[in-house]
Every structure is written in structure tokens, then in C-alpha cells.
Design a protein around this ligand. Structure first.
Ligand code: CP3
Length: 392
């Protein structure tokens, strides 16, 4: 079991960080008996734990499995997205594809943030090219009972797939993941993808009691989904609050952070590192760390050294190459990759990643070159960047 209690944490949240209100860790239950440690080890877990003795810069990519890979398109042919998530052998194969191809330092479980909602009986689909679409949008209190807590038996196919994967992956860690309540609520309330989250925000500020009920239930579903993955052997988790960046810091602190905290606190009992990620969260980084993360995922808008300053020294960072730059000529892109490594070297721990997911039309060759560059040049770039900067 990876355990790294950090007494400094409570006092090191960034400026403007308010105490987490609304979350009640006392009644969220346990994570299901703790995590088997498996054999996972290496630079990814070291970076999450802020172990600076490790020279190798770990790298993986959000959405590394998926449409950018021809081998993915081949095995997914004719199989709807949600069905594919319920077939353990297929899930294991798709999860392993980018690990085999790129030699990344972590695998991310192939699933979707909507799978746990489907698993508790919510009527939804994932429409190619569009995203999650609900059978009917969340309309009020009458829809709450449909959002019951998730138990491991709801996702036996996840347990099975994780077990296959942990055996196959050996020392390479498997990252489990779930969507955070705000982001899940946005799909439920809007009925599908949205640009402005207007209905979601109207519900949030207009009916705060109902919002609280909704997000508390979503937190328990997400926590249950993550707990099932960790109990089966995942050695880290990432909570995606992808759309939290649409909120002001004050609204995030009041309406989103408490529920992300509820999820992260429950996972804290397992001892696995917790990564907390969102897009457009420059103003929220301190709050996202304080919600109970070990690692804060940063998009491309803030350099990692500055992000780390905002989050505080008790946290590692993950990111943050702009995915749009994958199309740039290689010499230019390579220099940007080096810049991310140099900036990340000034944080207490750095996991190289993109600032958001791999775009479906990305060239896998380019991603492979990035992995090689980070692995070959990373240690030296990191050493030099640290030498040139005062110790923190
Ligand atoms: O490799 C990995 O990162 C693991 C797999 C993964 C998927 N979804 C598979 C998927 C992960 C981590 C997710 C998380 C997810 N799903 C998020 C959070 C990450 C983020 O991008 O911010 C969100 C917001 C969703 C919801 C969702 N599901 C969207 C927006 C889409 C894209 C719709 C489209 O077709 O453009 C999906 C579908 C989806 N999830 C695909 C994959 C591989 C594509 C579907 C397909 O291949 O048919």
C-alpha cells in the first residue's frame, strides 16, 4: 500500500483557498478494504509522491487510448462506445495499446466518465463526434432516486478488466479515473455537451439544496467507481473535473469543490495518489489541490512553475503541453516539450502530459517522439533547470 500522509498539506493550499465546506468525510463509507499494491512502481508513482530522487521524467497522455490509434479503430469497429467499456478483454486490449506503442510510464483505464452513471441505471448514450447524451435531462428532485450509490457489483466488468490489466502491466501503474460531480452534473442537467453550462449554473445558484443533493449523489457514484478500480488493483486515480474552469473561483469553492473533495477524501483511505484535473482552471488551481489531491493536472494556460507556485509545495503537478501544438513542425514542438520539462522541474514533482486529451486526429508518430524525447533528454533538462533555480 502506498501511503504518504502529509501533515503539511492542510496548511499549504494556495492563497485564496477557502476551507472545504459541505463535504462530510464522516459518512462516505470505506473504499472497500484498501488497495492491493500489485507490483506497480517507477517514476510515475515517484513523481506523484514528490520523490525528487527520481531523475526520469514520467510521461503519459490523457486520452492516449482512442481514435488517434489505428489499432483502436480496428478493435472498436462495429462496437458502440458504452458496449466496448463493458467487455473486459476489449477494455484490457485498448488500455494496453498505447503502453505497447509508446512505452508510456502509466496506463489509463479505458472507460468513460459516463460509465458509472450508466451502471446505476441512468439512461444515456455516447454519440460519436458529439459526446454523452442523456435519455432525458435531469429535471428535478424526482430524478434523484435514480442516482443511487454505486457498488462494485454494478461494475463487475471493471473489476475483471482491472485484474487482467494489473497482471499484464507488471511494474507499469494503472490509473483509474472518474468524472467529478460538477462535470457529470453538467451532462445530466444540460442533457448533453454544452458550451456555456447555462442550465447547470441556473440550477446551481437557483436551487442550491437540490444542487447539493444532486452533487452529493454524484460524488458517491464517482467515489464508488474509483474505489472499485482501486480495490481491483489500480495504483493511482484521476478525477476529471473537465468543465470546472467555467466557474469563478468563488462559485467553484461553493458549488464544485466540496463534492470533488467528497470523492477525493473517500479515495484518500486507499492510500493511492489522487490526480485532480480540469481545463481552464488557472484561477482554481489552489482550490483543486486543497480539495484533497496529491497531484494537480494543469492545462496549457499557466506554465507549470507558476502553477506549482499557485498550488503550493505539498503537491505535484501534471501537464501541460498544448494539444493543439501536436500539429506544429517537430523542431518547434520539441522545444515546447523541453520547456514543459524545464518548468515542471521547478515543481516538487512533475508528470509530463498534455494540457488536455489527445485530439482524435493526432499523429501517433508525434506522440511517440514526445515520449522518447521526455525519456532521453528529461533527466538532464530537469537537472539543469533545478541547478539554475533556488531550491524550494
Ligand atoms: O485513454 C484514455 O484517456 C482513457 C479513456 C477515456 C475516455 N473518456 C474514452 C473515450 C477517458 C479518460 C475519458 C474521460 C472523459 N469522457 C472525459 C474527461 C476527459 C476530458 O476529455 O476532459 C469527458 C469529458 C468524457 C465525455 C466524453 N466521452 C466525450 C466528450 C467524448 C468524445 C465524443 C466524441 O466522439 O468526440 C466521449 C467519448 C469517448 N470517450 C471516446 C473515447 C475513446 C471516443 C468515442 C469513440 O471512440 O467512439
Amino acid at each position: 500500500m502506498l501511503s504518504h500522509p502529509d501533515p503539511a498539506r492542510e496548511t499549504t493550499a494556495g492563497p485564496g483557498t477557502e476551507p472545504v465546506a459541505g463535504a462530510d468525510p464522516g459518512d462516505v463509507g470505506t473504499a472497500g478494504g484498501g488497495a492491493p499494491s500489485g507490483t506497480a512502481r517507477g517514476p510515475f508513482l515517484a513523481a506523484c509522491r514528490r520523490d525528487q530522487a527520481e531523475d526520469r521524467v514520467p510521461v503519459w497522455f490523457m486520452r492516449q487510448a482512442g481514435r488517434s490509434l489505428p489499432e483502436y479503430r480496428r478493435v472498436r469497429e462495429g462496437i458502440p462506445m458504452l458496449d466496448s467499456c463493458m467487455q473486459p478483454d476489449l477494455v484490457a486490449e485498448i488500455t494496453l495499446q498505447p503502453v505497447r506503442r509508446y512505452g508510456v510510464d502509466a496506463a489509463i483505464f479505458y472507460s468513460d466518465i459516463m460509465v458509472p452513471l450508466k451502471a446505476v441505471g441512468v439512461d444515456l448514450d455516447i454519440v460519436p463526434g458529439r459526446g454523452p447524451v442523456m435519455g432525458h435531462a435531469f429535471a428535478g428532485a424526482a430524478d434523484l432516486p435514480g442516482l443511487r450509490p454505486l457498488v462494485p457489483e454494478d461494475v463487475g466488468y471493471v473489476t475483471e478488466a482491472v485484474q487482467i490489466l494489473v497482471a499484464e502491466l507488471g511494474e507499469t501503474p494503472l490509473i483509474g479515473f472518474a468524472g467529478a460531480p460538477f462535470t457529470l452534473a453538467s451532462y445530466l442537467v444540460e442533457g448533453g455537451p454544452s458550451k456555456d453550462y447555462a442550465r447547470t449554473k441556473a440550477l446551481m445558484v437557483g436551487e442550491p439544496d437540490l444542487w447539493h443533493e444532486l452533487c452529493t449523489r454524484l460524488a458517491d457514484i464517482s467515489a464508488g467507481f474509483l474505489a472499485a478500480q482501486v480495490a481491483a488493483g489500480a495504483s493511482a486515480v484521476q478525477l476529471f473535473d473537465s468543465w470546472a474552469g467555467s466557474l469563478s473561483a468563488a462559485d467553484y469553492a461553493r458549488f464544485a469543490q466540496p463534492y470533488a473533495a467528497r470523492v477525493l477524501q473517500r479515495l484518500g483511505e486507499t492510500g493511492v495518489p489522487r490526480i485532480h484535473f480540469g481545463v481552464g482552471t488557472s484561477e482554481l488551481l489552489g482550490l483543486m489541490g486543497a480539495a484533497g489531491a496529491d497531484v494537480v493536472g494543469v492545462d496549457w494556460r499557466v506554465p507549470l512553475a507558476e502553477a506549482s507556485r499557485r498550488i503550493g509545495p505539498a503537491y505535484a503537478v501534471q501537464g501541460n503541453l498544448d494539444p493543439a501544438l501536436l500539429r506544429a513542425p517537430w523542431p518547434v514542438l520539441a522545444e515546447r516539450v523541453r520547456e514543459v520539462v524545464r518548468s515542471g522541474a521547478l515543481a516538487p514533482g512533475h508528470v509530463f502530459n498534455l494540457g488536455h486529451g489527445v485530439p482524435p486526429d493526432s499523429d501517433p508518430e508525434v506522440l511517440g517522439r514526445i515520449v522518447d524525447l521526455v525519456h532521453t533528454e528529461g533527466p538532464e533538462l530537469r537537472r539543469r533547470a533545478r541547478e539554475g533555480s533556488p531550491a524550494r
